[in-house]
Design a protein around this ligand. Sequence first.
Ligand code: NI
Length: 211
Amino acid sequence: MPKSFIARAIALISAAIAAALLIAVALKLWQAPEPSIAVEDKGVTGAALVGGPFTLTDQHGKRVSDADFRGRYMLVYFGYSFCPDVCPTDLAAMAAAIDQLGPAGDRVQPIFITIDPERDTVQRLAEYAPLFHPRLLALTGTPDEIARAAEQYRVYYEKAGEGTDYLMNHSGIVYLMNPEGRFLTHFAQGTPPEEMAQKIRSQMAEVRSQS
Ligand code: NI
């Protein structure tokens, strides 16, 4: 009798610990600073949540605003040129996707917006952008301008570390905006170029059929 009581007690305690662990894990996941993109739909409400006007400076020192791209699709990515791995991978994927689209790719403007304006100067971006695509536009600005643009696109970023070798934590999402500058869809970090190109093609077909 006492043996089975102890066994049952142990089982109960184990179950309680397991439940507590599950709750802890769930809470942790829930609190993780995931970029909150709750929009997959192309409805008016969803479209309004991501994107908006910005005025920044490109790698040639020219002032550029989102309105300059009306009539073309924008493929927008926020990152920084000192990023060791994630940004280069995603930028390369964007570039490859645009090339895979063939002539239709000419209607897509790839845009890189730095979230590290302190180090990503016009000169720095002039060297960085051509590494990925000849038409990649790399934008920088004052910290305030960058903060406003990031806010429009619901982009999270934060400096990590001290000194000149700091890193930036940031959300890495590629946004596809329609020719009116409104949100169409997004691509998660690490989306292969083939998948990106295919989704852009189908979005373009849908936009065409609606107009
Ligand atoms: Ni990065």
